[in-house]
Write a protein that binds this ligand. Structure first.
Ligand code: SAH
Ligand code: SF4
Ligand code: F3S
Length: 480
């Protein structure tokens, strides 16, 4: 996933306590949803520091790149972008202006000093656990220092980041991310996340509830709880007991105005009964689960250190589906992990056939320096990886289309979240995360409306409103 993320309202300082903006920042976000969330939180910190967001590099005094290290291609993008920025910085310098460049995120964490060496254009390198120090780092950089902040500090960055003000949140729309857990102790042999994000940390219940309440008060109707291993989240609940994600979701479902809860990404080993039962019991918990399995071959799963078998995964899927029969599943797959034979790959294809996914992300194995997979024998030929990936993606596309077709004729609730490409249309999300296009008369952005799915398109579904005044179904308007 790659996206431009305007992190601050384009017009003025959103937080009432924020100073009048005098500086301009352009933010580019790569990587996972947690990076999107982090960019928003860095934006809050910067708006308190006198910055406002702009949507072009040319208009900015500061360019902040929030980077991803998960695959080689993702990491390399950073350097090509820094090359372009170097030219721009020269041009600005010739005009007597200063363009500052900060690199944040997982490449910053993994390659800190090397970035400074390889890219003289960079003023600040800041890792994911030190974002709260960004304004101070920028101040030091303005005094001519080149700053690298990549240690894992003992203080909690979330406690030190300014709470997002209602004004800032409003620009995030009706659906928001909320990080509840960060880091990873699983050490899958292909993956850099345990190194770039550090050990698993869960945020305390009351912080999460407080943030969710502020979001709901600002008009957010759907939150997606984020964590690299979100279902490993645990914390002390209000009853003094240790809660897992199932209990947390139950608590959040009680917040007035918060009608939809999602969470991502889950590890199969951490799906406990309380969470599965939450899917059975809570209408607020959306029937969609991203549950990566990576491979369908036990040999490869073992080499990946996933610590479960294909049969364990299939049994788990069965338990989840018997708790919530309409749940849609998505997954992640890696093809061409070292040692993967044709037979191993066929086992992955069989698993996909058996599960029937609504969607999936799939990748060619990418060697990550410093991970155990990088030194394994039997690295797979690039051409073989490409061929396997194409077959796997064709199968998944068929399943996604089939899932869409099965939705035709169903009556579903849509959260209307943005205008459609054509005037007179709105786009909403189905409970299964599909974008659904509907006539704008169906309601207003922020409404949850009842519609009937009438047709499938290449990337979205089409629906018609059901009932006379479905515009206000179960919802207050976004602005009320
Ligand atoms: N915490 C999540 C995944 C985080 S990374 C989980 O455990 O599932 C997102 C996805 O990127 C992974 O699920 C995996 O499919 C893919 N990925 C991670 N490292 C990779 C690598 N070295 N090469 C190719 N794909 C990789
Ligand atoms: Fe990476 Fe595995 Fe941790 Fe997921 S569980 S973040 S794939 S090490
Ligand atoms: Fe990428 Fe870091 Fe997320 S490596 S996927 S940005 S945790």
């Amino acid at each position: 996933m790659t996206q431009d993320t305007p992190i601050l309202p384009a017009s003025s300082g959103a937080a009432t306590e924020a100073p009048k903006p005098t500086k301009k920042v352009f933010v580019k976000t790569y990587g996972c949803q947690m990076n999107v969330y982090d960019s928003e939180r860095m934006g809050d910190a910067l708006s308190n520091d006198g910055y406002q967001a702009v949507d072009s590099v040319e208009a900015a005094d500061l360019v902040l790149i929030n980077t991803c290290h998960i695959r080689e291609k993702a990491a390399e993008k950073v350097y090509s972008q820094l090359g372009r920025l170097a030219q721009l910085k020269q041009q600005r310098k010739a005009r007597g202006e200063n363009l500052m460049v900060a690199v944040a995120g997982c490449v910053a964490q993994a390659e800190g000093d090397e970035i400074i060496r390889r890219a003289p254009v960079v003023d600040v390198v800041i890792g994911p656990q030190t974002y709260h120090r960004l304004p101070v780092a920028l101040a030091r950089a303005r005094n001519g220092e080149r700053v690298v902040e990549t240690e894992f500090p003992s203080e909690d960055k979330f406690d030190r980041l300014p709470a997002a003000s209602a004004g800032t949140i409003r620009t995030r729309g009706v659906s928001a991310f909320l990080t509840v857990q960060e880091g990873c102790d699983k050490f899958c042999t292909f993956c850099v996340v345990p190194y770039t994000r550090g050990a698993e940390v869960s945020r305390p219940v009351e912080r999460i509830v407080g943030e969710a309440e502020r979001l709901a008060a600002a008009g957010v109707r759907e939150v997606t709880l984020l964590g690299q291993n979100v279902n490993a989240w645990h914390g002390q609940g209000s009853d003094g007991r240790e809660w897992g994600l199932g209990e947390l979701v139950r608590r959040l479902a009680g917040i007035e105005g918060l009608d939809r809860i999602r969470y991502t990404t889950s590890h199969p080993r951490d799906m406990d009964d309380a969470l599965i039962n939450a899917h059975r019991d809570l209408p607020e918990l959306m029937p969609y689960l991203h549950l990566p399995v990576q491979s369908g071959s036990d040999r490869i799963l073992k080499a990946m250190n996933r610590r479960h078998t294909a049969a364990d995964y299939l049994r788990l899927v069965e338990r989840i589906r018997s708790a919530r029969p309409d749940i849609a599943l998505s997954g992640d797959f890696i093809v061409g992990f070292p040692g993967e034979t044709d037979e191993d790959f066929e086992a992955t294809m069989r698993l996909i056939e058996e599960v029937e996914y609504a969607a999936a992300f799939s990748f060619k194995y990418s060697i990550r320096p410093g991970t155990p997979g990088a030194d394994m024998d039997g690295q797979v030929d690039e051409a073989v990886k490409s061929e396997r990936l194409a077959r796997l993606q064709a199968l998944i596309s068929r399943q996604t289309r089939e899932f869409g077709r099965k939705c035709v004729g169903r009556t579903v609730e849509l959260l209307l979240d943005k205008p459609g490409r054509n005037t007179g249309q709105l786009v909403g999300r189905s409970p299964w995360l599909q974008p659904v296009i509907v006539d704008a008369k169906a309601g207003e952005i922020g409404d949850i409306v009842t519609v009937r799915i009438i047709e499938t398109g290449p990337n979205s579904l089409f629906a018609e409103p059901v009932g006379p005044q479905s515009g206000n179904q179960g919802a207050r308007s976004f602005d009320s």
